[in-house]
Design a protein around this ligand. Sequence first.
Ligand SMILES: [Zn+2]
Length: 303
Amino acid sequence: MIGICRLCEKEKELKKSHLLPSFIFKWKKEQGTGFFRSSQNPNKRVQDGLKLYQLCADCEQRFGLWEKQFSEKLFKPFHDNSGTHVKYSEWLLKFTVSISWRNLIYHKLKNGLSILSETQRDLAEEALLKWKSFLMNQTKHIGTFEQHIFPVDIIKSYQGRGSLSPYLNRYFVGSVDFDLLRTKKTCFLYSKLNKLIVIGIIQQPSKDYLEGTLIEYPTGKFKPRPIGIPEQFFHYFNKRANQCAQHLSLLSDKQWEAISKSYEKDIDRLKNSDMFFATGVDVSISGQNAFHVLKSEKEKDKK
Ligand SMILES: [Zn+2]
């Protein structure tokens, strides 16, 4: 398809570009727990994640170089060992800006950012321009449209307010997700690359909204450290985990059979997987509900 490339704005042959990078889906397949389904039609297995027409081959390649560095230097080492220390250079901010930029483009195409306030819509347009210039190497600064990264992992117990989603730990270790979030004074892109969360700020209520998570430029260090994130994140993770379980509950019996067959084929690897461990913790925290949450509303009514 010929069109205007969303990044360089030249008229060229456009590629179907991944909303989230394909290495994640490849990696998940290698882990043996790699199924990702679109929320629109959960029965359709979306092996490679969502795709959109948007970039020319040159810009795809530009993204590809940063993705490769992120995948090899941070994503894989971190998922092998969450205590890993990584010294990063320009590639981390470039990669995360490219993720937030794509996420925002997706939401803009989907609903014209109608969920945002007028101020936030203006800021979002400004962020798109800033991020684009940064990705095109026309500027070294992204201003207030910062990128943050932090890990999530299995929660074995919880004493806070409210209850845990019976699917929370499986959501943490096994899901790829993206969203545009807002409250009255806050607006950001949320991209969950398995156990790493990338936040692209559009509007934040204060400078210390997120602590210990800012991606520095041109160099910095990613390592285990104390981080401060607002409690609302926790409620959001819970909500998202429940939604994820709801989507899975819409799968047909045939689909469940296919999934359990693919697990059985590789039972040894499954036994050592994060997903297996997370299922155990969900069960120890939520009991029967850990499985009940995956049943459709219709099935639940039958009981
Ligand atoms: Zn281009």
